[in-house]
Design a protein around this ligand. Structure first.
Ligand code: ADP
Ligand code: ZN
Length: 481
């Protein structure tokens, strides 16, 4: 062996040692990460209870049912009822999703395991998936538990066909899906996930047996804001005549977290001023702090937005009561939804019933009633983008009415889509769609104008209370003609 050979061998050995060293280093770091997971996130028992969460009534009702499932599985198993495996809480941040998940574990008196989706989007290949497996294996060791995955969108983004974006993300998501299917029917572990981007989630996550229960968590309305204020003021020394109603009024579009901060800030201000109790003025100051700078303008915009939204929703509600009385209106609200609408009108839509031409026309008019009310009360120049979704729906319905359903008297009983496949046709379909929508828009505008008094009353009640239930709505719309 000559010197050159020796050198070559030494170099190869050196490289091998180096590679081995790097590999084990990565592996060790990965193992450490995995171990950390169990230490950091394992919470023995959650002490949060439902009474620590204000508002969110529907979510709490839904969770109470699951608490019962976790506590008394036999009761349900005997009847062959399966517990939902996954529960998805979606909605804007700071509205209490994490708190609700903790309370679920607290009420059911089971361990709470929490991770965040954003913890999975870094580091070493395969780590995301192994973290998921580790998490579930921990959970499986105890008989019952709540697993909480915050920011699920970070691992569960829509996968685009075959164009696999990040293989690593896919592996993590697949591991999660596999683990969730792996639980046997009698296991009382429930996986709760939270997101503020439900629209970006992969459909695989929303399928039966996965996160098939979905609950929207919304911003608190005025009554709920009062409750949150009450919750955080209780137990603190406060002035007798604290005006909770006024603060609730001011804090339009605040979430629960911001209200909690507001109360805490007020306590700090009171302490700084050597006051032994929290007074109105401290809350007032805290409010100004939190909404500092843009507060005046923002408040103005909020008020303006509330007003237009109130008229818009009142327009839908009144159109619906007049034209489709068989649909019950359960709630009208001017609290924004996660889907971008400024407010919403919730009804028991009878879409499963007999869909007649009359019904479709009425449906379109109800959809147009929001924008029509905006235009009537605020003028054409002040109409807002809040009608975007309504307009999209109306356009689709009108197109189907003309092209698919053969309901347009002049166009006849023809499916123009089928026809267009065989022949080059010139029909001016757009014109018919446009004329139809215009006709319906002017008839609903006329109806709204005949009922301005009722609409104004309803809109102002909405501005005052933000959310009205069925009973209120019926009361304020008694005099429709
Ligand atoms: P999310 O998970 O929806 O982003 P969190 O549950 O983390 O919101 O809420 C943050 C904090 O805000 C909570 O710890 C709590 O102090 C407060 N909070 C939010 N919503 C509520 C509510 N409805 N009732 C009481 N406190 C709330
Ligand atoms: Zn609308």
């Amino acid at each position: 062996m000559n010197n050159v050979d020796m050198l070559q061998i030494a170099a190869v050995i050196g490289v091998l040692v180096f590679i081995y060293f790097m590999l084990t280093k990565n592996k060790k770091a990965a193992q450490k990460e995995i171990n950390n997971l169990s230490e950091i996130n394992y919470k023995n028992k959650s002490s949060v209870k439902f009474c620590d969460i204000a508002g969110n009534y529907e979510a709490k009702e839904s969770l109470k049912e699951i608490v019962d499932f976790i506590k008394y599985p036999e009761k349900y198993n005997k009847l062959g009822a399966r517990m939902p495996k996954g529960l998805l809480l979606y909605g804007t941040p700071g509205t209490g999703k994490t708190l609700l998940a903790r309370a679920l574990a607290g009420e059911a008196e089971v361990p709470f395991f929490a991770v965040s989706g954003s913890d999975f989007v870094q580091v070493y290949a395969g780590l995301g998936a192994s973290r998921i497996r580790k998490l579930f294996s921990k959970a499986k060791k105890v008989e019952k538990s709540v697993i909480f995955i915050d920011e699920i969108d970070a691992i569960g983004k829509k996968r685009l066909g075959n164009a696999r974006g990040s293989d690593e993300g896919d592996r993590t998501l697949n591991a999660l899906l596999t683990e969730m299917s792996g639980f046997d029917e009698n296991n009382s572990t429930i996986v709760v996930a939270a997101t503020n981007r439900i629209d970006t989630l992969d459909n695989a996550l929303l399928r039966p047996g996965r996160f098939d229960r979905q609950i929207e968590i919304m911003l608190p309305d005025k009554e709920e804001r009062k409750e949150i204020l009450q919750l955080y003021l209780t137990g603190r020394p406060i002035e007798d005549d604290i005006d909770i109603g006024k603060i609730a009024d001011q804090t339009v579009f605040f979430n629960g977290a911001m209200i909690e901060t507001l109360v805490n800030e007020a306590a700090i201000i009171a302490a700084k001023l050597n006051s032994s109790i929290i007074k109105n003025e401290h809350l007032e100051k805290a409010y100004l702090h939190i909404s500092a700078g843009k507060e005046k303008r923002q408040l103005q915009v909020s008020m303006e937005q509330k007003k237009i939204t109130a008229f818009h929703e009142a327009g839908h509600a009144i159109s619906s009561i007049l034209l489709i009385p068989e649909d019950r209106i359960l709630r009208v609200s001017i609290i924004p939804t996660t889907k971008g609408a400024g407010g919403y009108t919730l009804s028991t839509s009878q879409d499963s019933g007999l869909v007649t031409k009359e019904y479709i026309r009425n449906k379109m008019m109800v959809l147009l009633g929001g924008r029509a009310a905006e235009e009537i009360f605020f003028g054409n120049r002040n109409i807002t983008i809040g009608a975007q979704n309504d307009i999209e729906k109306v356009t689709k319905l009108a197109l189907d009415y003309v092209v698919k359903y053969g309901m347009h008297n002049k166009l006849g009983t023809i499916n123009y889509g089928v026809l267009a496949k065989e022949f080059t046709i010139q029909t001016n379909i757009e014109k018919y769609v446009k004329d139809l929508i215009e006709e319906l828009y002017s008839s609903i505008s006329k109806k709204i104008k005949e009922n301005t008094e009722v609409l104004i009353k309803l809109a102002y009640k909405l501005i005052e209370k933000e959310t009205l239930d069925e009973k209120d709505i019926l009361k304020y719309t008694e005099n429709l003609v």
